[in-house]
Every structure is written in structure tokens, then in C-alpha cells.
Design a binder for this molecule. Structure first.
Ligand code: ADP
Length: 320
């Protein structure tokens, strides 16, 4: 059994990271282990910016977006020398295992640390993109999807009033999950995602026919990885002559008080991560599969690419 562990958040922040870190800390304390918090991800680990935590250090954070530990991107972590220095900084403090909460990149960095030094590592998927292989869910994806829905509801009002085409660009450079679920639940006519090819000429022809038949407005949700909202809006306007407006949601999607789902799931994952690492397990990521917490091999999680559920792609077309 490990006596002392550490937790960090890394890469892009996501709502619910606080709930996950809180659960790691309180679970560790509950079973009698010592627990450290590392500020600002791998950067903080290299800067020796870490402190031993008590229960009160994670008070009053479950309702907050962002991450109280801070997060960062760190070039030095991409070198074996940097990772060895990070390992030494952990060992110097008697820290025997590390929980990393972050996206794809952060988990890859964690996997390399484990491979090169043998230190036990448990990962938790923290990203709004919901793109970590092996898990249906990543911490923050629900809050982000709800933020988008809120924007869609408002955009629908104004689009309907003016008979406009609205193009809404949402986050997702490599993953269309956010665009897909928010588009389906927001009733979008078109959802453009990086995983699926689309024909803009065909879409424009359909739009003109729909307007001629009396349609009041059309909503297009575009994942940033499927093309620039601005350019797609310009092309629609030129090809159809329809009054078209573009809205780019940007960083508001990262923030906000986490939803109930994100708080509960992040807490469940945090508890499992702390118990697993303290009991000596390593090289796993905890995620969800059909509502249940599951452990995923860390190497598999970072080397495989998650696919967008084809049932979503089908449903979006049926309901458009
Ligand atoms: P996210 O975790 O949200 O995907 P990034 O891809 O920016 O965010 O990764 C966060 C940090 O994880 C990087 O700044 C770097 O320190 C580390 N990291 C990312 N990819 C690798 C890699 N291939 N090897 C080692 N470290 C990595």
C-alpha cells in the first residue's frame, strides 16, 4: 500500500476537474494516506510547486469551474530529461504515486513517466471534448454541452425572428462529440464534424429548397475541426443568398459551474483513482462504460483514437 500520493490537473481545463481532485484528496485522507497537490501540471512538478493537502484545502471548490490546482502546458515534459527531473521531485518528497487529471496529451505524458521510471500512475480523463479512448465520458463534457445548448436556445430565438441561417462554431479540433450532442439536443439541421465528410454545395441546395417551402430558419453546428464557421457561413451566404450569421462560441465552453453529472461522475472517478493508486495499481485510466466506472489500460487509452458513435451520426440525419 502506498503511503503518499500526489494529484495534478494538466492540459486544457474542464469543469469538474475540481470535483475529481477533491475526491482524490478526501479519499486518500479517508484511508490514511498522505496526499500532495501539484500546481500547474507538469510545469509545477518541474518547478517543485507542490504542497501537502488537508481536507480543508479542497473545501468550497466542487461548484467551481476551472481547476484550483491550476493547469499548464509544459514543453520540457516532452523530453526524457524533463520527466526524470519530475520523477526526482516526487521521490524527494516521498511521493510514491501520481494521479493525473487531463486530456489525451497529459495522459500520454503520464504514460511515458510510468514507462521510464516505474512510478505508479493513474489517469483520469479531463477534457470537454469527450475524446479519450475507452470511456464514454470525460470530466467536463456535460457542462460544456449544456453551455452550448444555452447558446443554441438563444440563437434560435433571434434566427427565427429574422429568418436567418445561423452557423455556430463550437470546440472540437479532432472530435465532433460536443458538436454532435449539442446539435442533436439543440435541434440543428446540420451538424458538421471532423469525423464525417460533408458536401457544402449539396447542403446549400437543400437549404434553398427548405426556405422556398417556408422554413423560417436553419441552424448549422460546426465543430472547429470540420472547418471554419466564418468561412462556412460566407460560403452559405454566397451560394444561397440567404441571410446568414456566424457565431463562434470560443472559451465560454471551457468554463462554468459543473453540472450535476460532471460533479457526480468526477467524484466517482476521483475516488476510484485514489483507491487504485494507493492499493498499488498503475497504468490505468478510469472512465465510464454504459454508466459503470471501468478501468482502461493507460497505454491503450493514449494510443487508440476514439470514434464518434455512428448512432449519433445516424440520429442527427434522421432528426434534421
Ligand atoms: P491535453 O492534456 O488537454 O490533451 P495537451 O495536449 O496540451 O493537453 O497536453 C498537456 C501537457 O501534457 C503538455 O504540455 C505536455 O507537457 C504533456 N504532453 C502532451 N503530449 C505529450 C507527449 N507526447 N509526450 C510527453 N508529454 C506530453
Amino acid at each position: 500500500m502506498l503511503k503518499s500520493i500526489a494529484v495534478m490537473t494538466s492540459g486544457g481545463d474542464s469543469p469538474g476537474m475540481n470535483a475529481a481532485a477533491r475526491a482524490v484528496v478526501r479519499t486518500a485522507l479517508f484511508v490514511g494516506a498522505r496526499v500532495w497537490g501539484i500546481n500547474n501540471g507538469y510545469h509545477g512538478l518541474l518547478e517543485e510547486d507542490m504542497f501537502e493537502m488537508q481536507s480543508k484545502n479542497v473545501g468550497d471548490i466542487i461548484q467551481r469551474g476551472g481547476t484550483f490546482l491550476g493547469t499548464a502546458r509544459c514543453k520540457r515534459w516532452q523530453t526524457p530529461e524533463g520527466r526524470m527531473q519530475g520523477y526526482k521531485n516526487l521521490v524527494d518528497r516521498g511521493i510514491q504515486g501520481l494521479v493525473v487529471i487531463g486530456g489525451d496529451g497529459s495522459l500520454r505524458g503520464a504514460q511515458l513517466l510510468s514507462q521510464e521510471t516505474g512510478i505508479p500512475i493513474v489517469g483520469l480523463p479531463g477534457t470537454i471534448d469527450n475524446d479519450v479512448w475507452g470511456s464514454d465520458y470525460t470530466i467536463g463534457c456535460d457542462t460544456a454541452a449544456n453551455t452550448i445548448i444555452d447558446a443554441i436556445n438563444k440563437l434560435r430565438d433571434t434566427a427565427s425572428a429574422h429568418r436567418r441561417v445561423i452557423v455556430l462554431e463550437v470546440m472540437g479540433r479532432n472530435s465532433g462529440w460536443l458538436a454532435m450532442v449539442s446539435g442533436i439536443s439543440g435541434g440543428a439541421e446540420y451538424i458538421l464534424v471532423p469525423e464525417e465528410e460533408y458536401d457544402l454545395d449539396e447542403i446549400c441546395t437543400e437549404m434553398k429548397i427548405a426556405y422556398e417551402a417556408g422554413k423560417r430558419y436553419i441552424l448549422v453546428v460546426v465543430a472547429e475541426g470540420a472547418g471554419s464557421g466564418k468561412e462556412i457561413g460566407k460560403a452559405i451566404s454566397e451560394k444561397t443568398g440567404l441571410d446568414t450569421r456566424v457565431s463562434i462560441l470560443g472559451y465560454v465552453q471551457r468554463g462554468g459551474s459543473p453540472t450535476v453529472i460532471d460533479r457526480v461522475k468526477a467524484s466517482q472517478l476521483g475516488e476510484k483513482a485514489a483507491l487504485a493508486i494507493i492499493s498499488g495499481l498503475s497504468d490505468i485510466v478510469f472512465g465510464f462504460n454504459r454508466g459503470n466506472v471501468v478501468s482502461i489500460n493507460l497505454h491503450d487509452a493514449v494510443t487508440n483514437k476514439k470514434k464518434l458513435d455512428p448512432e449519433y451520426i445516424h440520429l442527427a440525419k434522421v432528426l434534421a
